[in-house]
Ligand binder design. Structure first.
Ligand code: SAH
Length: 431
């Protein structure tokens, strides 16, 4: 979501003031830092980074520095108190106002702050996304109403707001005319998507997916991030109906222990989660499942943690993300007693990550010999003489081919080798 917001800031400032991106901070007239406050570490990095840029401002007094995103939303004027050389502070919901806010900084001496939550204004005032590959992010909703006890998102991004289905589809049609083949539907909690035009009946995500897949030229659809609590039967069924829907789902579970799930206010049990996964696997054999995990949540015992490890065996996850719990401002868990020692947290994280790496690798190894209809996304980052594509279950595969016109096409690639972060393949046009 932050990547999406940063791209929109670039597009907006380019349209309004002709700003172009430069390679280094030294060359810039305006520096915007788009921040994340999901964990404390991310938040602390903001002030370290600002400290480094302060020196640039001493050399170039015309330089403007802005802070956006969730740390800005959370800290507001405290940012300019701690770093008075910051000219501009804006939250995730006021990204579209950045050109005007920037304009105001050139007119007045004090810093400009706007961290309000105007309802759907942002959606209606952003330029259409630009993209340099065959995939595009399309924002469909923002915010979250779930209030999981550990999570700062509802406090920084606000409550759930959805775009109208009509405007989403309009945007996707226009993207497809520009050659986009894959759409990633984006939101903090996409399962709660409700078409904002139909307030009471509000058609949901499954309906939107069907409409997106129907757009001519769009042959791959995915979504992120979703919450297991709202992964209903209609969304499961859509995997049967819509072949364009990618065979990968990122479904964060956080913990495999019912006690911890309850303390996290996740609103589902371990068994309910497994049931959802099993239904998906039944409909789509070969679907890859990834997740986010938190270790060291207050009260997590070795037994609870063992439940998480067992769950990873049961589900067999593809590449996933795991974190040590970090208490966040305004959340209900923030005052819970920290019962797990720092060393124990680190050890649990290591054990979990080792397991997750092993299971991702064994999924990759099992794919060796398969031919996957893969979307060529560009040239390989490591070797521009090779292509990079994503398989039907969203894994990166690298392969070579003399034909230079493959980018943006779906091509058959035979998987020949499994590496930790990617696969190696051979182009099989005859398949
Ligand atoms: N919408 C997602 C959350 C996205 S945030 C969901 O409902 O699960 C991305 C990930 O950051 C979360 O899934 C969680 O694993 C991690 N995270 C969120 N808050 C955290 C915290 N306070 N401490 C550690 N990790 C956290």
């Amino acid at each position: 979501m932050n990547e999406y917001d940063s791209d929109r800031m670039q597009d907006l400032l380019n349209l309004s003031h002709g700003f172009e991106t430069v390679e280094s901070a030294e060359e810039a007239d305006l520096i915007l830092l788009n921040t994340c406050s999901i964990r404390e570490k991310a938040q602390e990095k903001v002030f370290h980074q600002l400290g480094r840029w302060k020196k640039l401002k001493e050399k170039n007094p015309d330089l403007k520095i802005g802070v956006g995103g969730c740390v800005a939303s959370q800290e507001g004027a405290k940012i300019t108190k701690r770093a008075p050389y910051v000219d501009l502070v804006f939250g995730p919901q006021t990204v579209h106002r950045v050109p005007t806010l920037y304009e105001n900084t050139t007119k007045k001496d004090s810093s400009v702050i706007d961290i309000s939550f105007p309802k759907t204004e942002k959606f209606e005032n952003l330029p259409e996304p630009t993209s340099d590959g065959p995939s595009a992010f399309v924002s469909i909703m923002e915010g979250c109403n779930k209030y999981c006890s550990f999570c700062v998102v509802p406090h920084t991004r606000g409550n759930e707001i959805s775009r109208s289905l009509e405007s989403i589809i309009e945007e996707i049609i226009s993207l497809s005319l520009k050659g986009i083949r894959e759409i990633v539907l984006l939101g903090q909690n996409v399962n709660s998507y409700r078409d904002s035009k139909l307030k009471t009946k509000g058609l949901g995500l499954s309906n939107l997916i069907r409409a997106v897949a129907d757009v001519e030229g769009i042959d791959r659809v995915s979504f992120t991030t979703s919450h297991p609590f709202e992964f209903g039967q209609d969304l499961i069924d859509i995997y049967t109906e819509v072949p364009e829907l990618i065979s990968h789902v990122h479904l964060p579970v956080q913990s495999g222990s019912n006690t911890i799930l309850k303390a996290m206010r996740r609103r589902h049990t371990r068994d309910e989660y497994i049931e959802t996964i099993n239904k998906l696997k039944e409909i789509r054999p070969g679907i890859s499942i990834s997740s986010d995990f938190i270790v060291g949540f207050p009260g997590e015992t070795e037994e609870d943690f063992q439940d998480t490890l067992d769950l990873t065996d049961e589900v067999e996850y593809d590449e996933s993300f795991s974190f040590i719990y970090s208490p966040r401002p305004n959340t209900t868990a923030k005052d819970l007693e920290d019962t797990v020692s720092p060393q124990e947290k680190k050890e649990r994280l290591d054990r979990l990550q080792t397991k997750l790496e092993q299971s991702a690798l064994s999924i990759s190894r099992r794919m060796v010999g398969e031919v996957s209809n893969s979307l060529v996304t560009g040239v390989s980052k490591k070797d521009p003489g090779e292509f990079q594509a994503r398989t039907e279950n969203n894994k990166v595969v690298i392969f070579s081919c003399d034909d230079q016109n493959l980018i943006g096409n779906f091509v058959p690639v035979e998987i020949v080798e499994a590496k930790t972060k990617s696969l190696r393949g051979i182009y099989r046009p005859e398949c």
